[in-house]
Every structure is written in C-alpha cells, then in structure tokens.
Design a protein around this ligand. Sequence first.
Ligand code: 5AD
Ligand code: SF4
Ligand code: FES
Length: 352
Amino acid sequence: MLQKIFNKIDCEQGLNKEDLVTLLKLENQEDLDVLFSKADKIRQKYVGDEVHLRGLIEFSNYCRKNCYYCGIRRGNKKLKRYRMSIEEIVDCAVQAERLGYRTVVLQSGEDMYYTADKLIDLIRRIKERCDVAITLSIGERPREEYERLYEAGADRFLIRFETSNPELYRKLHPDSDYYERMRILSWLREIGYQVGSGIMIGLPGQTVEDLADDILKFEELELDMVGVGPYICHDGTPLAGNPNGTVEMTFKVIALTRIVTRYANIPATTALATLRQEDGREKALQLGANVVMPNVTPVKYRAMYELYPAKVCIGEGAEQCRECIYGRIFSIGRPISKGYGHSFYPTKKVCS
Ligand code: 5AD
Ligand code: SF4
Ligand code: FES
C-alpha cells in the first residue's frame, strides 16, 4: 500500500485524498524519512537549492476581526496597539534592502486606518527608493482596492484560507466567510498578483482528512506561495487551553505540499520556528520549504505583534535576525538567493 503511494510520487502521478490521508498518518520514522527525502528531491528539481529571503514588516497590530485563535483579535483588550507611520515603514523597507532582502512583506491586522490611498502612497515610495518586490498581507478589502494596490506596484498578496473545511472555518471566524475568502483568492489571481495562501496545523477540531483536503486545495488553486504553520494556543483568546499543533504534523504537511504543488514557494514559518527553536526552520528547508521570512519590524513593536505567545525574535533586531538566518541556512549547505524570488510556476492561468 505505502510502497504503491511512494511509487506514485516517484512517477509524479498525483496523489488522491486517500493517499494523502495514509501519508499524513505515518508515524514510523523510516517511512517518514523516505517521504521527506522525496519531498526534498522534488524541491530541488522544481525550485532549486536557493533559499529566498523576505523581510517581514509587521506595521500595525490593529485588527477589525475577531478570529478565535488569534492574539491580535479586536477582542483582546489587554494588548497594547501600535501603528507605524508611512515614513517608518518606508525606512524599514530601506533597511531590509540594505540587509540584502529583495522582497518586503507588509503585514498587519485588518486595519482600515491604512486606506487604499495611504497604502498606494506607501507602495510608490518603497518602489521609488528600493529595488524590492512587495508582498501585501493585510487581509480582506474590496476588490477595487486590491486592483489599485496592484497598479501602484504591489507584486504579491498573501491571505491564508486557514482551513478548507467550511464548517470548521465558520466555527473559528465569527466575522469572516469561507466562500468570500475563496472569492478573494480568485480576484487576486485575476488581477495579476502572485498569490499566496495557507493553513494552520492542529486547529481545534481539525482532522487529517481536513489536512488532505487543504493540500488538494493548494493544488487546485495553483498557489504561488503556501504558508503552513502550527496553531499555537494563545491564552488571551476564546480558544485558551487547547493543545498546540505539532511540529511533526507540520513537517508532514510541508513535505506533502511540496510533493503536490511542486512549484510553490514554501516558507519555513515563524510559528514552526517558535515550537522548534533549535532546528525547525532548517528541517523544514530540508523537506520541501525554500523560503524564510526574517523579521525587520523595529524591536520596540515586535512583542506587540503577538499572534501567538513566545514568538521567536521579539528581542532581536533586524541585523541579528539576518545573522541568525544566514548561519542556519549555511549550516545546511544551501545558497541564499540574490534575486526577487518570484513565482516558479511556468505558466499563469488568468481567468477572464
Ligand atoms: N497560531 C499560529 N498561527 C496563527 N495565526 C494567527 N493566530 C495564530 C496562532 N494562534 C496565523 C494565521 C494568519 C497569520 C497571519 O497568522 O494563519 O493567517
Ligand atoms: Fe485579524 Fe488576521 Fe488575527 Fe484574524 S488572524 S484576528 S484577521 S490579524
Ligand atoms: Fe530572529 Fe533567529 S531569526 S533571532
């Protein structure tokens, strides 16, 4: 049974839900090592050895939404809130470029203080001063705003669907709709963005069947980027007391995401690094991932961007994170890309 599935992977035949469930249930370390090494080979064949770095700027922790798992949900009254000024964000992007990053990721809660006009000004100013690709990770907006931000120069957009089980999605998101999220993903593709999405592993109530569906959804959406990280329980949320997702399951999902999507840019996520500080990112890079997103947010704000507790790097500055990441990537013998790290997909399907 397992051998048959491994053969399918070797012949690049495509895996069905049943295959994925079988693989997600693997526990035996020898079998897992075989799976991980197949994922690593596919990573090398389709996206090469280079690791792409993205400088992450967490520019505001205000959020209008109340997702049950998230530490910066609007209902968390204990959290001190901050917003960076446009000047501060531009300075941060300049610093990211100086550190050698060729992409900046502008991430925030859903904060409507930053109107489309303000964001357009921000994008233009960054593009004038820096030779970087811009990724937005700012949540849900009207379609027309996504269009204007793209025209202003944003290259990529990240918005996770979190789970492909609409019922589970509904239980975790009091003020978002699964089908709306899917609609947004198709808009972003139509507009021309490189599109990223992703999920959390170990959400309360999530099954391995759900994870298999998530992986098939990544394939169906032909995502340019797929972020997969463990759920980490935050005490200041309605889900307090739930267990965290596991590093082991996260590794399996990353490996299978690589095997199934082949071309996607897959980060070794900060949430994974948080649960496995010693070598979580290195391992992820050796079983399918090819991207790391070092934090460049000014240190004074870092602790406040608390999606989950004990997040790594809250005391380190941008230079320290750069040194740390370079050391980790060199320790596993992988080169660091000097390019933008655009999507590897050979053709883009744009629906008309
Ligand atoms: N644990 C792990 N990841 C989380 N995110 C939000 N809250 C948590 C948490 N408690 C992730 C979500 C969101 C991204 C910005 O951070 O997947 O899309
Ligand atoms: Fe806001 Fe995103 Fe957190 Fe939901 S997950 S509360 S939208 S920052
Ligand atoms: Fe920030 Fe390691 S990446 S300290």
